[in-house]
Write a protein that binds this ligand. Sequence first.
Ligand code: SF4
Length: 698
Amino acid sequence: MRITLNILADAPPEPSALQPLQVRGACPHDCPDTCSLLTTVENGVATRVQGNPGHPQTGGVLCNKVSRYTERTYHAERLLQPLKRVGPKGSGQFEPVSWNAALSDIATRLKAIAARNPEAIVPYSYAGTMGQVQGESMAGRFFNRLGASLLDRTICATAGAEGLTQTLGGKVGMRVEFFAESRLILIWGSNSIGSNLHFWRYAQQAKKNGARLVCIDPRKSETAEKCHEHIALLPGTDAALALSVMHELITHDWLDHDYIARHTLGWTALRERALQWSPERAAAVCGVPVEQIRSLARDYGQCFIDRQPAAIRLNYGMQRVRGGGNAVRAVACLPALIGAWRHRAGGVLLSTSSLFPIDKAALQRPALLAGRTPRTINMSTIGDDLLRETSAQFGPRIEALIVYNSNPVAVAPESGKVVRGFARDDLFTVVLEHFQTDTADQADYILPATTQLEHWDVHSAYGHTDALLNRPAIAPLGQAKPNTQIFRELAAHMGFTEPCFADDDETLCRAVYGDKVDFQLLLDQGFATLPLPDAPFAEGGFPTPSGQCEFFSDRLAAQGLDGLPDHLPNYEVPGSSREFPLAMISPPARNFLNSSFVNVKSLRDMEGEPVLEIHAEDAAARGITSGSIVRVFNLRGEYRVKAKVSTRARPGVVNGMGIWWRKLGLDGTNVNQLTSQHLTDLGRGPVFYDCLVQVQAD
Ligand code: SF4
């Protein structure tokens, strides 16, 4: 059959439509690439999801996960009607109920709690969708009007974000497309092939043009094995490595003195700090050969000598340790030392998200708080917080939790405590979801939410600089509703009459950027590139208070913190414990994205089952062979998993690949049974990769 393509569809196609359509959308997942999608719709059914070839950042290519999006959307286990718990908490036993009955009962329960203290109600959400509209727009209005507790959304990126902000002034950096012209690329704390595929395409272009690629990561990832060099440092030692590179730049005078003098703050103090970090000292801390550190510094310094661009693609893996914020600060100082910012293909990129002019107040309406200042709950300590009693310090015991765009029972640290908290009989839990996840199993009500193919949204990105629009390609499946509509209707059941609760999704989409981004352009081509200079800091102009790259941060010093970046040892230092001699990190399995896609059969078949990668030396010392079941444990708990003896793990470090749903793992647990609720130095983030364990043959 000849397929006629109509690129611009204004609304979900009618089920009776005869002509296939292609509808432009945006990938909603927590990935820096924010791809532009083209969904083919035939007779009202989405038959294919592809990358938009007209969007330069996507280049017509999607990752393995989202190219199977129709399998996820039409999954036999999609939640298609509201469900009410009928069995014991956590049993996963539910019965269908009407929307009206569900929302009426939820509103009644929330009103009763709010009458005592609305702060006993806690929203819990993260990046299940990165959309600005189906994320925190109507939901934010609802919780602000209610006066519920605020949520500190720290689970992924706040340590790095704070480190970057204290150094460069915000989540700002190089434009990703210019990595293709770099001479040296350091891929630091990132498995780009698995989680930043479109950056990897630019890195490949640079490699073809003669660039050198160095990967810095405790795990020998798919990316590490394709780079010219892999520096397999111990988890939590990145700041020591960066300071030692500075040491070498200083002692060899590979420094752009003009750039440092004109565009940085705190050079003398940083110089003194860095000179304390000889390669020998750093090598001992990082667990890597001293020559590898010297060679890294030489490569970086050579770019200054040759006036060639050196670029760093930093990612969030390295900031999931106690000193994560300081580590990002240390790395973010490097480009200024050699004047890398002078080139459009030089500098550092961790996140571009501060570059997007999002009008959060228009979306979330903080004025609905009406002067109230609710307490803030940190999502990374939800395990402890669900188990706390009312106190003057904590405030009221948490009585209700509304979870959307998140699966905390699987992804929050120290999940033994998280499960105990969710299992409280006196906790009222509502979960908006696509599937019956580990968290949905614990709910009192599960409300079926639409997927990205079924609703409107507007997106920013954190790995490029294009805004995107997502149009619905198909009508909502079953009785599923967009998050916005669920909160709109819940607001009505609560008796909230403010006109903002009547805003439809198109109004919300237009409010995201106001007049800062051309909405017509988003409608016409699906994306709009932000107007930004090629080399944003070639002449300084950092968005810090001083306008300089702040090696020394007065703002941190004013808080009683170290004004300079330094290496802060992990809470659980690798090699420091005889009882728990192995460090464990828990990076995402290549075919999953956090805990999303774990239930998509074709992707799960590729992953097989939960595995722990372990180096041959550590395996042999324990009588462990590939394929055997091992017990991984520490004082917080244990999980059993299949061992994979692999060169992907370095000696002394095991890789517990995540993030499997607990109910799909052996004994109904996953790797987060072992991670801790300690917080990072900056940004109050979790320390997933700061974790000592022991491993035994089962
Ligand atoms: S997960 Fe990332 S690479 Fe995959 S489609 Fe979405 S944005 Fe693109």
